[in-house]
Each structure stands twice: as C-alpha cells, then as structure tokens.
Design a protein around this ligand. Structure first.
Ligand SMILES: [Fe+2]
Length: 242
C-alpha cells in the first residue's frame, strides 16, 4: 500500500492513507490559497477564539481587552483611519494582552511592587502575544498586521518603551492608539494592586505623559471622543469583581 506524503512527512505520511493527506501544516498554506489573503470571517473567528482564551485565563484581563478594542475603534474613527484599517486596529486591541496567558498568577495579581526580574517576566507578554499570532502567519495578512500591533503596544513615543524601543511614527499607528486606550482602561478598572480612578483623573494621568509615553496627536483624538456616550464610568468597570 502506498502512503500519501504531507508537509510533515514528505517521504510518506504514516497517518494519511492512499490519496489522503490529513496533515496540512498551517505554514504550508500559501496566502493566495482557498483561505484567501484576507478572509474576514476566518480572522474574526480566530480573534474571538483567542479573546475567549484570554478571558478564560483571567476574567479581568479579558474585560480590559474588550474595553480597549472598543476604545481603539472609536479613537481610530476620530483619526480618519480607513474602515479596513480600523477593523485591524480594533482586533489588535482585543488581543493586545494575549501574551498575559503566559504570566503566572502570582505576578498577574501581585499586590506588591514587582522587582526587576518580575517586571522582565511581565513585560515579555508583548512578545508572547506576537509569538502566538506568529504561528498563524501565512493564514491571513490581517493576522500578520494584528501581530505587529500586539508586539508594539508597549512602545513609547520617546523610544523608552518595550520590547524594541521604537520611537515616534516608527511605532505603527494602531499600536500608538492601543497604547493610549490601554493606559486609560487600566486606570479606570480596579486592579489587585490599586483601586480604579475616575474618568477625569485617568485622562489627567495619561495627558501628563503626552509626548513621552504617548503620541500627542493620538492623545488629542482620544480626549475628543464623545465621553457622554460612554458608560466607562459605570460601577461595573470601577468595581470589576474579577
Ligand atoms: Fe500589555
């Protein structure tokens, strides 16, 4: 009996029978294959699935990611970003802390100041998120774009961020938007190590870092959002029970 070859076993797959090929490596799927360069439904489903992984790992991080995704979409609209790009930014916002699934609970929910070694572990989450998404590279160009934004969401406008110390407009716009929305969301949600602050106080804190941590143009757009429409000051955010 002859056996079929597959991406993993070019000389003959031990699982696939004649004429069958059960193993198809994700990386072997060309961008122009049946999945297409940008299969919207596939990418949306992958993001929903990974967002659920984040939420199941840690409910509060999941809520935070959803909140950031919504804020990113609204800020991108203020910046006249095209609908297609806005969608990518929103999806990246929803997955920006994906890499936190690899951070131990004792650090994720730490009530004390982290030491240098612990910070290093926590900061690795930006690259971890990119690494998870990198496994899907080739499935869709959208995933490639989302992965780049996830990795860069802690870069700072002045070049003092991580993981790559990018600065200014070298940081992708989507990552600059996520960075602002991430900081705001982190402040208005309670954490194990501090309580939440109100909307005005959160804006004051992030504006103090305009031109250092944050892109001033993005921050101005964020500030100009119609906050009266928002329910971000609602108790469910301030007193997150998770
Ligand atoms: Fe993060």
């Amino acid at each position: 009996m002859t056996t079929s070859s597959c991406a993993e076993h070019p000389a003959g797959c031990p699982i696939a029978g004649p004429g069958e090929a059960f193993f198809v490596s994700v990386k072997s799927v060309p961008k122009s294959a049946a999945l297409g360069g940008s299969d919207l439904r596939l990418v949306d489903a992958l993001v929903r699935s990974l967002a659920l992984v984040i939420e199941l790992r840690d409910k509060q991080t999941g809520l935070h990611c959803r909140m950031v995704g919504g804020l990113v979409a609204r800020t991108a609209t203020m910046l006249d970003v095209s609908p297609a790009e806005r969608r990518i930014f929103r999806l990246a916002g929803e997955l920006h802390d994906l890499g936190k699934i690899a951070i131990p609970d004792r650090l994720l929910h730490n009530k004390d100041e982290l030491d240098a070694g612990e910070w290093k572990v926590v900061r690795a989450h930006a690259q971890h998120g990119g690494d998870v998404l990198a496994e899907l590279v080739g499935v869709s160009e959208d995933i490639d774009s989302i992965a780049k934004l996830v990795v860069a969401h802690h870069e700072h406008w002045n070049g003092h961020g991580y993981p790559n110390g990018m600065a200014g407009i070298d940081i992708p716009l989507g990552a600059r938007i996520i960075s602002v929305c991430d900081a705001y969301s982190s402040l208005v949600m309670s954490r194990s190590y501090r309580s939440a602050v109100g909307h005005r106080e959160a804006l004051k804190v992030i504006c103090a870092h305009s031109g250092t941590s944050f892109d001033p143009g993005v921050l101005a757009a964020f500030e100009s959002l119609d906050w009266s429409e928002s329910d971000l000051s609602a108790p469910r955010w301030r007193d997150c029970p998770y």
